[in-house]
Design a binder for this molecule. Structure first.
Ligand SMILES: NC(=O)c1ccc[n+]([C@@H]2O[C@H](COP(=O)([O-])OP(=O)(O)OC[C@H]3O[C@@H](n4cnc5c(N)ncnc54)[C@H](OP(=O)(O)O)[C@@H]3O)[C@@H](O)[C@H]2O)c1
Length: 287
């Protein structure tokens, strides 16, 4: 695991995971993790794989899922079910839902983590409506479909849904991220709207609002390579902790300043940003 810089230690202080409480909360439970082949989902699987739980790990890349399974199996405490599925495809989703309907695979905890990000300007997207379709499909429609199907079993088991979200849903939307941000905001709104009803039925609902996390997702964006970022191992500990605290949200301590600035300086931002983009366009021919 990469060591944090001084700034990162300040921005992302340690989250103090209590192993005894975690074991008490999750022992014997079935935990579904979507997007378990890489980044945050992989680290959640590796962390939970130290304990006596049944993990149902889902993603498209079977070789990666099997590699994660291989690392966990050496611990011999965990039962693992690997499901290879493209959650945007109806047939794959239905096959996964069939597996989850079997009592031995029925989840107590769902970590809704699979996601796709796209950074592209509107002018580079004029003939790429499919970018909007695929981000909505995996970041919004797929988790909604999955959760609608497992809500009855989660109610019966008084379970938990943990949603891996982004701080961007609470901040001024950034240019070039329209497809990603709109789809993450759509699911965040669905989740927050559904939460009171599901809480009333005894299902815990947890939203994890993440800043930048150093995973393969951010690799294509050059500007993020040197920016402060959390490690996926740290995020996995925060998610594991939420399995015994059952907190409604986790967000970095400094997010409130960004939210306040987003409200106060919206007008300023909206007049300054076009000028900045126009300058860049004039000098680089960049949209
Ligand atoms: N990295 C960040 O800075 C950051 C910040 C805030 C929030 N998040 C959120 O964190 C979550 C995890 O992202 P990450 O950073 O760990 O990225 P990642 O390393 O790219 O992992 C994404 C995971 O989603 C899976 N996935 C993508 N499309 C899928 C599909 N159609 N069907 C099934 N699985 C699919 C991928 O597996 P396959 O490719 O094998 O299918 C992979 O396991 C995402 O929801 C993301 O929006 C990330």
């Amino acid at each position: 695991m990469r060591r944090y810089s001084m700034l990162e230690r300040l921005l992302f202080p340690s989250s103090g995971l209590n192993e005894d409480k975690l074991i008490k909360a999750i022992s014997g439970k079935t935990i579904l993790v979507t997007g378990a082949s890489s980044g945050i989902g992989e680290q959640i699987a590796l962390l939970l794989g130290k304990y006596p739980v049944h993990l149902v790990l889902v993603a498209r890349r079977e070789d990666k899922l099997l590699a994660v399974k291989g690392q966990i199996e050496s611990n011999e405490k965990t039962q693992i079910t690997v499901v290879t599925a493209d959650l945007r495809r109806d047939e794959d989703m239905e096959a996964l839902l069939d597996i989850l309907r079997e009592e031995r695979n029925a989840p107590d905890i769902v970590v809704s983590n699979a996601g796709l990000s796209i950074r592209r300007s509107i002018y580079d997207s004029l003939d790429r409506f499919h970018d909007y379709a695929r981000t909505m499909s995996i970041n919004y429609l797929a988790p909604v479909k999955l959760l609608l199907s497992v809500i009855p079993v989660l109610e019966r088991r008084q379970g938990q849904i943990i949603h891996v979200s982004t701080i961007n849903t609470s901040l001024i939307p950034l240019p070039h991220w329209a497809a990603y941000q709109a789809s993450k905001a759509a699911f965040d709104t669905w989740f927050r709207s559904a939460a009171p009803e599901l809480n009333a039925a005894g299902i815990a609902m947890t939203s994890i609002y993440l800043p930048l996390v150093r995973t393969p997702m951010i690799e294509p964006t050059a500007a993020y390579r040197t920016a402060p970022a959390m490690s996926p191992e740290h995020v996995a500990r925060i998610i594991a902790k939420s399995m015994y605290t059952k907190g409604r949200t986790w967000r970095p301590w400094w997010l409130f300043t960004g939210q306040a600035a987003s409200l106060m300086f919206r007008g300023l931002w909206e007049s300054w940003m076009p000028r900045k983009l126009r300058k860049r366009r004039d000098s680089h021919g960049d949209a």
